[in-house]
Design a protein around this ligand. Structure first.
Ligand SMILES: *[C@@H]1O[C@H](CO)[C@@H](O)[C@H](O)[C@H]1NC(C)=O
Ligand SMILES: *[C@@H]1O[C@H](CO)[C@@H](O)[C@H](O)[C@H]1NC(C)=O
Ligand SMILES: *[C@@H]1O[C@H](CO)[C@@H](O)[C@H](O)[C@H]1NC(C)=O
Length: 363
């Protein structure tokens, strides 16, 4: 499709993708890596079983969703060279209706020391004055996971094709008390009072950690005294998502919304189970800047899930054109790696609308 009209609004869709930790070439995550297949390009892409409605790239591996600003931008984790996980870049597609998509060149790919071994999941935030910023996890020369940011090269380009990585990257690195190889997937930022905040997912031994970072100017980020939340015995948190929901209306809320009729949802992807868990609770930005799980909600492996099938690494974004919050997540087909290479593609994105009625999250 072509976009010839003036585009007034742009939404930012961002993806969380989150996989694999490779340490000295040894892969430790639950998910399998196939080094001999990851750069094997399909000669033909089989159309059988491809979807008409859900988002799929033209070929090869995909995992992870997105978010963005009149145009929906889908950024997603993508292997440009093969149909299994590897060579991960931030691919980029744009759409006006989230059904018909146009593929652009990758928005972010390894190029600097702070991301030379991979450009993994993250989020987009649209700052006041309508300026989008991407946070993403870069894998550095030590295989450490560091948090970087990127900004559009030309804000007048309605497709925001090119993104630049400013020289003051990385903006957040793990300190000595933290696990440098388990620290990833920065969230969309939110602002209450004078401070911006964001969360980075991690683990401390077997405790899932949602570390909180704060900034006044969006460049200098300082770790908060307490994590936003942590849960014992869950294993690694990935792709944390933290967003407000309204108790008094059925529209979605901007990430910075806060007040007496607002509750918060914290969703985490658990690497060990490969499912998406959420709780609804209260957020106290002033006192300890902590999230407190609501009564009756269960944290961890026995908690509520977004879905019970293959559905992982989801992210939401607020769509201000329709005042709704949309959730994207990655699903796979349960094929073998050999099948994926044969058919030339793997995985797709599914989309849900989030609504809160009487304290119940309806998906
Ligand atoms: C920025 O994008 C606009 C719209 O596409 C284009 O007219 C302009 O030439 C671009 N500027 C630069 C410096 O590339
Ligand atoms: C740090 O994280 C990595 C990857 O999840 C894990 O293999 C390692 O055991 C962790 N280190 C500690 C001290 O927990
Ligand atoms: C894809 O599906 C298979 C089979 O259901 C599942 O075991 C696997 O964990 C999924 N892949 C990932 C990367 O989650």
């Amino acid at each position: 499709m072509e976009f010839t009209e003036n585009i007034l609004v742009v939404y930012l869709i961002i993806g969380c993708f989150c996989e694999i930790i490779s340490k000295n070439g040894v892969v430790e995550a639950v998910h399998k890596v196939y080094p001999h297949l990851q750069s094997k390009t399909a000669l033909t892409v089989k159309q059988l079983h491809r979807t008409g409605y859900h988002f799929q790239p033209p070929m090869n591996w995909i995992n992870g969703p997105m978010y963005y600003n009149g145009i929906y931008h889908l950024f997603y984790q993508y292997n440009p060279k093969g149909a299994v996980w590897g060579n991960i870049v931030w691919a980029h597609s744009v759409s006006k209706d989230m059904v018909n998509w146009e593929a652009l060149e990758p928005a972010i790919y390894p190029s600097e020391s702070f991301d030379i071994n991979g450009c993994w999941s993250g989020s987009a935030t649209v700052l006041p004055e309508n300026k989008p910023v991407i946070f993403y996890t870069g894998i550095d020369p030590n295989q450490y996971q560091v948090q970087n940011y990127a900004v559009p090269e030309n804000l007048s380009d309605p497709y925001l094709r090119k993104w630049v990585k400013p020289a003051d990257n990385p903006i957040v690195v793990a300190d000595e008390t933290m696990n440098k190889t388990a620290f990833r997937d920065p969230t969309t930022a939110w602002k209450i009072g004078g401070h911006w905040r964001m969360v980075v997912a991690s683990r401390r031994k077997q405790r899932g950690m949602a570390y909180l970072y704060k900034s006044r100017d969006f460049r200098k980020w300082v770790k908060a005294k307490h994590p936003l939340h942590s849960v014992p015995n869950t294993g690694m948190f990935e792709c944390a998502d933290f967003f407000p929901v309204s108790l008094s209306g059925d529209t979605g809320l901007d990430n910075s919304a806060f007040g007496p009729n607002v509750k918060h949802v914290l969703k985490v992807s658990l690497d060990l189970t490969r499912y998406e868990y959420y709780t609804i609770g209260s957020y106290f930005p002033e006192a300890r800047d902590k999230y407190v799980v609501g009564k009756g909600f269960v944290d961890g492996w026995n908690g509520l899930r977004f879905d019970f099938g293959n559905f992982y690494a989801s992210k939401t974004f607020f769509d201000p054109s329709k005042n709704r919050r949309i959730l994207w997540g990655w699903t796979n087909e349960s094929d073998t790696a050999q099948d994926d290479v044969q058919k030339g593609w793997a995985g797709l994105q599914v989309m849900l609308l989030i609504d809160l009625y009487d304290n119940v999250l309806i998906l």
